[in-house]
Design a protein around this ligand. Sequence first.
Ligand SMILES: NC(=O)C1=CN([C@@H]2O[C@H](COP(=O)(O)OP(=O)(O)OC[C@H]3O[C@@H](n4cnc5c(N)ncnc54)[C@H](O)[C@@H]3O)[C@@H](O)[C@H]2O)C=CC1
Ligand SMILES: O=C(O)C(=O)[C@H](O)COP(=O)(O)O
Length: 323
Amino acid sequence: MNILVLSRLKTDEINKLEKSFPDFSFTYSKEKEVTQTMIDNCDILVGNPGKHVELNRPNLKAILLNSAGSDYYIQEGVLHAATRLANASGSYGKAIAEHTIGMMLALNKNFKNYINNMHEHSWKSYRGGKEIYHSTVIIVGLGDLGYELAKRLKAFECKTIGIKRNVSPIPRDIDELYTIDKLEEILPHGDFIISCLPQSTETINLFNKKRLLMMKSDALFVNVGRGSAVNTQDLKEVLKAGHLYGAALDVIDPEPFKTDDDLWDFDNVLITPHVSGGFEWDSVREYFTELTIRNINHLIKNEPLENEVDFNTGYRKVVKYND
Ligand SMILES: NC(=O)C1=CN([C@@H]2O[C@H](COP(=O)(O)OP(=O)(O)OC[C@H]3O[C@@H](n4cnc5c(N)ncnc54)[C@H](O)[C@@H]3O)[C@@H](O)[C@H]2O)C=CC1
Ligand SMILES: O=C(O)C(=O)[C@H](O)COP(=O)(O)O
């Protein structure tokens, strides 16, 4: 079996992977440097190849993506019908929970202003702010990202409300769980609304003007899922009208975000360039390496893959929480 690895693993993780499958041959490449010959000679692809190579090839038994999102790969004709697809959900929650709490605090506690003021050596203070303590946090798209966040928000004594597509048993650290049809009923109750939604036909533009205005006028909106869930123009209009405490966006539509857009200049907005989860974080690489080993073993035994992507919904068939 030939395994082509594009993911940015470190030496220890590569050794672990190779030791688990001593009879297999491993090839490594950077995502952008992968060639068609490499693709055509491999059985299992680990990572996310770019659009410059043709993936609709019968030799590809499986692609084990290193992203949780699989938006591109599920499109009609991108993969051969025989190719199985798994995503990397479970890998990113811990890193993204820290980033999300960091963004919340940066806006709530005026850190964004204080950092700006340091450039001017200014002692100016701000009286306003917003506490996370005892607040109600609504997590829309409750999967790995949302659950790892909820777990950490319990240290702030928050009430956590999860919203997902299908009903399931209520996970620990989630106080209330609703399906997406209840979104409009729930939105007015949140002090913080966190979108962890995948991109799908159902989620594109979900946060439009009407739903943004349903949020409390001092709610903080955070997006760490996919930018397409939020109508950027509507968000700008709502913020300009003085509604919402602010917005923290690690993902935004479009990406990269236009340099001349005035949203960059809003005092109550924090934008990070889609960096909350990444392979520089140990937690991400560690989980992903173990997941990859488990999935190659599943392939050998012809078993269903962990995180196998459902081509209809665009995310994994079974959502598991990692505790
Ligand atoms: N900012 C970043 O760097 C990253 C962003 N992501 C994005 O976050 C998404 C979520 O990742 P995970 O939590 O790992 O996925 P997951 O598969 O663990 O959870 C996704 C959750 O979203 C819910 N969902 C899907 N469609 C929905 C809908 N229409 N309405 C309500 N809920 C819906 C599902 O029920 C599921 O519980 C990924 O698909 C990816 O697009 C993931 C990793 C990194
Ligand atoms: O896993 C995801 O989904 C993400 O957003 C990653 O952190 C980055 O994914 P790509 O931008 O490489 O698809």
